[in-house]
Structure formats: C-alpha cells, structure tokens
Ligand binder design. Sequence first.
Ligand code: LFR
Length: 500
Amino acid sequence: ATTTDYLALDLGAESGRGMLGRFDGERLGLEEMHRFPNGPVQMLDTLYWDLPRLFDEMKTAIGKTAAVKGSLDGIGVDTWGVDFGLVGRNDTLLGNPVHYRDARTEGMFDAAFKRISRDRLYEITGLQFLPFNTVYQLLALKLSGSPLLDSAETLLMMPDLLGWLLTGERAGERTDSSTTQLLDPRTGEWSDEICRALDLPRNILPRLIDPGSELGMLRKSVAAEVGVSQPLTVIAPPTHDTASAVAAVPAVGPPAAPGAPPDWCYLSSGTWSLLGVEVGQPVITPETQRYNFTNEGGVAGTTRLLKNIMGLWLVQESRRTWARAGNEMSYEQLMAMAMSSRPFTALIDPDDPSFLSHGDMPSRIAAFCKRTGQTPPDAEGPLVRTCLESLALKYRWTIERLEGIVGTKIKTIHIVGGGSKNTLLCQFAADACGRPVHGGPVEATAIGNILMQALGRGRLGSLQELRAVVARSFPVTVYEPRNTRAWDDAAGRFEQLVKD
Ligand code: LFR
C-alpha cells in the first residue's frame, strides 16, 4: 500500500506541536516536527491568546515539515474549544481572541437566563453550563457595547480562525462549533432560537462542515513564506482537540449490542479531564442537566456525552504560583513528592468554581479546605496529592452517574492525552474507580487529527478501522485497581464535598 503523510497542528492551552504522521494503511508513525509553549497574555484588563505568535509557530511547523517532506497529503489544525475570533470586511481580523478564563463572562449566566431559561438552553443544546461557553462570551461583548460585533462578518472558532489564516476560507467545523452552546446537536445546525432570544447576530455564524472535509488550499503567500512548493490541502480534522482525542481511543471491537453504548469510557487528560462515553445520539435528560453532562459533537455522527472535570489545571496553576515565588519545580519532581506524601488527608471538589480562573491556586485550595472543615495541605507534595486523589474521586463520581444515565456498566477506562504519562494519576484513577485503566496514547489528539484526515482522504473506511490502527500502532499501559477499600472510604468523604 502507498504511504500517505499528514501534518497535525495541535494546540493545547500549555503547549502546541506540529506532528508529522506517516500512514502506510496498517500503522501510523508519528514524528514531532515542532513544539512550542502556549499561554495567556494579560493586556490591560483582558486575558488574551497570542494569535500572531501562534500563527507564526504554525508556519514554523509547516516550514520545518516541508524541509523534510516534499509533499503532504493534508494538514489539519485542532485547538481547545469555545474561543473564537471575529473577521470583518476585506478579511480584517477584528481584535485578538480572548482567553476563556478571562473575567468578562462574570454575571453572564444570569444575564442569559433572563432572556432564555436555563432549561430551554439545555434542552436545545444539551451542553453543560460552563461560564466561558462561546454564547456567554458573545453576550458579554454585546452587553459591554463592544464595537467588534457591529463590524463582524464572520465568527470563527479558534481552529477555524487559524484555518482561515492558512487558506482564506471561512467555515465552522462541527465538533468545535458544538462547544459554543449555540448549536442544536439534533439538527447539527446553529440555533436560530438562541440567537434571537439573546439578540446575537445569527448572520455571523459560519457555514458548517464535517470533520474530515477539505477546508481549502494553503494560501500561496503563506506557502511561499515557509518554502512549500507543492499545492497543499488544509483539511478540517475534528478541530476540537477533545473530539480528535476521543476518535483516537484505542478501543477495538463493536459495542456489546448493536447501537448500545460501549462498555468503556474515555478520559482525555490534559489541562482538563474530559470523561465520558461515545453515544449514537445526544442524551438530553433531567439527569444529564442536573449533573452538568455535555453533548458535544463527535466524529462519524457520534456524540460525546462527557463531563468537564477541572483536570491537571489544578497542578499546573499551583506550579506556576510556586514558580512566581521563586520555587521552580518540574512536574516530575512534584509527582515524586506527591507519591511520597500521606494518602487521604484533605480532599477538594476539583470543579469548585473558585478554581477556574488564573492566579494563586494553593491559596484557593487552602480556602476550600478551611471552608469544608479540613486542614489544608502544608507543603507542595501533600497539595499535589490532594489534587490527584480528588481528581480520581471525581472520575469515580462521574462514572457512577454516567452508568446510571446510559444504563450500561463501564468496564474499562481509556486515559489518553498528555495526562496519560502521569502514572500516579493513572493508578489513582484505576484504584478510585475500581476498574482497569488503559493509559495511552499520549499524542491521542494529534493521532485523531491525522487519522481523521486520512479518513477524509478515503484511506480509512470507518471509525472502527481508525481505532484498530491506533491500537496496532501505539503501546498502552494497563493499571489494575489496588487498595480499593481505602478508596471506598475516601469516596464516602468525597461525596459530602460535592454539591450537585
Ligand atoms: C480541552 C478543551 C475542553 C474544553 C476546554 C476549553 O483542551 O478543549 O474540551 O472544554 O478545553 O475550551
């Protein structure tokens, strides 16, 4: 069989990378071409992403790849969800994309629910209520009298925006568009009703395209700049990073019964922990709303029924806080310190809203402990241990509720993404949930991005085939549950802390 080559431009909140994938029809080989840090930039009162620099890094990645590969069969961009840019007349970029952790969305739940009820919003979108969803960011723009919305022709989600910079095409890829809380997952189209109720300009929402479809050709000017001599097709992968990661879960075999949800769940682990199951249809019920489960668009017509759990952000932001105070520690050091700390001292609800924003995380964790009558962790190791144990317990909490909602037993947990390298957290997850964890692949997002390009190109026939390729190509580490009695006790304590 012929070998085809694809480039994934995969942007996370902490870092981005350009990954070259070589697919021979059986297996995928991955090579990292470029890696760069990412993070927010505070400018006056607003927290931004640094779009010009991110675009520059994309070009560097393409240039480095072109230097070793004369031609590519596709390139595709994926990023985190919910954030966007606005484009106006004559292809003018209006402002710089704002970071979802910016404070502009404060008070926007209330403002929105005055115009459309919370229940109706959930009924239409099936999307979890997170204060930073695109819809609340747009409402904040509107209510603050920003001039940007008046001039906007097109709203482009972050990966679509980068895709537009690369090709000149304006389109909304469906998986990322599904994170806006403006999309009706049943029809797969934008919701006119929500736009009307909130007085948001429906006309700026772009035409929608499916993951795996061609977006357009790399602009000649960009190609010339980076030394690409062949025409290069930009493909829309599942542009929401979580959708790409879920596509690349190495689970093989058909569901237990036709149409039944699988007996495995995924946990895409990075800044966030996205835990859920893949289902054939959106599941929008009073229970899913009560526990704030979301229905995001998957590949091949699937729905990602999942929950956002705060994730390693708790550790990332603690580490940054300590570093600012002159105490620099690597993740490896922190994990070793956590490992040798005492188990089950203080526990937190990782999803307490106080942990969402930037800033001093250890103090916020201490405040949570005091508020709930616990002694706060007294050093870095114990604090990281508190975070990891609490995350693992939140995974258990989530799985138990998911099982009730979909009515099947979950036997295996697939942890994919950067967090699958964290052996301590993987082991805790197995222990807390009493189920084996299959850890890996680490680069699931880039893999899903690449293989969905291959699928779009007709090199793969189905999602099942795609997953078989992942399973053949990348090793998985299995963690068996241990010590479950102690975790059962901790789970009892944890339930008291979580308000639902
Ligand atoms: C993960 C992710 C989550 C989304 C969060 C914010 O990287 O894309 O799925 O809820 O970032 O966009």
